[in-house]
Design a protein around this ligand. Sequence first.
Ligand SMILES: [Mg+2]
Length: 127
Amino acid sequence: MKELQAFAKNYQAEMNWEISTDNYERTRASLLNNYMLLTTEVAEVAEELRKAFNHTNTLINNGMDEREAFEAAKDAVREDIGKELADCIAYITKFANYFEVDLEDSFYQKMEEVRNRKNRDVGVIKK
Ligand SMILES: [Mg+2]
């Protein structure tokens, strides 16, 4: 992930897509604009899920087994959902680079923090 984050930093500089650092007002506007773009990309992931579910339903209605239909729908959206997840990563790495966050370190630290939470939700009912 360090390599990916470094690539994103260079790529965003090359494309002149970095978060503005001119002054507070411009930086604030740039951060909010990029946040808006990130949330748009997250919504595009949801759109791909919607396509997959609609495709699954169409196949089921045409007589295909449910599991087989969903596997076919997953295959159908794989490339596009990959692109949307990549778009999300582009904006996430932009924020990480702006705030000088090592995303890989943050990720593992956060996952450890979640693992050790005392008030974890109970997701499974034991019988
Ligand atoms: Mg997109």
